[in-house]
Design a protein around this ligand. Sequence first.
Ligand code: PMT
Length: 399
Amino acid sequence: MIELVNKRVLLGVSGSIAAYKSAELVRLLRKQGAEVRVVMTATATEFIQPLTFQALSGNIVYSAWDDADRGDGMGHIELARWADAIVIAPASADLLARLRQGMANDLLTTLCLASNGTIAVAPAMNRLMWDNAATKENMEVLRQRGIHILGPGTGGQACGETGLGRMLEPEQLVQGISGLFTSGILSGTKLLLTAGPTREPIDAMRFLSNRSSGKMGYALAQAAIEAGADVTLISGPVALTPPERAKRLDVNSANEMYEAVMSEISANDVFISAAAVADYRPANPSKEKVKRKDDNVDLALTQNRDIVASVAALANKPFTVGFAAETSDIEKHAMSKLKRKGLDLIAANQVGDGQGAEVDDNAMTLYWADGCQHLEKTTKSKLARQMVAIIGEHYRAAT
Ligand code: PMT
């Protein structure tokens, strides 16, 4: 199940007899390639030992308040930020009520409150508790808040009754959890994306380049695949493994990137230019390694073609998304690039001082002709999913 490969699932286990099934859930999630960390409520630890989850997940289990601040140095905010999705299975009636109230009276509910990402719950309770008006109201509010509800199932219950309220079986939960990572907004579309830096040769040995690691572009490629797009990734030289289902074309210089984009573009519906393309290249690169002299050297530079602007100028242009990497006056420069390059949307980020390039986290503001949306700092993979959702909406509205 490709959707779960390298996904970070924070599994919350609350107090229910169904907690024993969550041990199998951890095993199956890991088998599908997900990384799993487990947070247990105090009551859950009365049903099943944390050691079971520790052995199956390969990570320490968090339960007490200060657990998140010990051992691996991951505090509770970092833990919430770490997760691509928080999945609470089993979610008891009490846990669901506390979640609905926005309470933070244990580690698990605090993590949910501190998360701006995907949260899913797998209810598990007696059929009458599930049918109770209070539970029904709680579920409705949680659903409206965008929390995903997996199940419950129907059948025999631990209390001897039969009805709706059983936690879904681990195999069903794995299906449901993988579905959290497939929004489908780009289903049926072909998306071309550039990522990473370019290298502009000075001589046989040396080049001009920049700090881009490709992380943002690769995260976007993965998010676009999860959203259903057929992705071609044109990549500058980076040390990253491409998403399994992307077609990757490797290039070095801005000229090579231009040629690769232009030969692929006509087949695509959406173009995202996340690469940090050099604006200039050495005018006269030497085939030989230039010898050191006892004097300064002047390096003449010539302008590269603007790839994203060339795509946006095509008669049959795709929905075109550019980036703006800025150190000051972000909005002003981003809006100017949006207009000047003829883009449909631009994603502006702050660079310099350890921000934007190379690092794992980023924040972004997306601008379009008559609006904008700010996305708070988070991991590049989460940010990419939020960006793809917005790009998808705008693309759909434009076609
Ligand atoms: O790779 P990471 O380490 O994860 O870092 C991510 C990032 C900071 C590189 C990324 O988020 C980002 O900002 N990418 C765009 C960098 C950039 O070149 O920005 P710019 O403002 O200089 O260029 C504006 C737009 O024109 C960009 O979409 C760029 O791809 C495009 N461009 C620029 C020059 C050129 N010759 N051709 C282009 O298409």
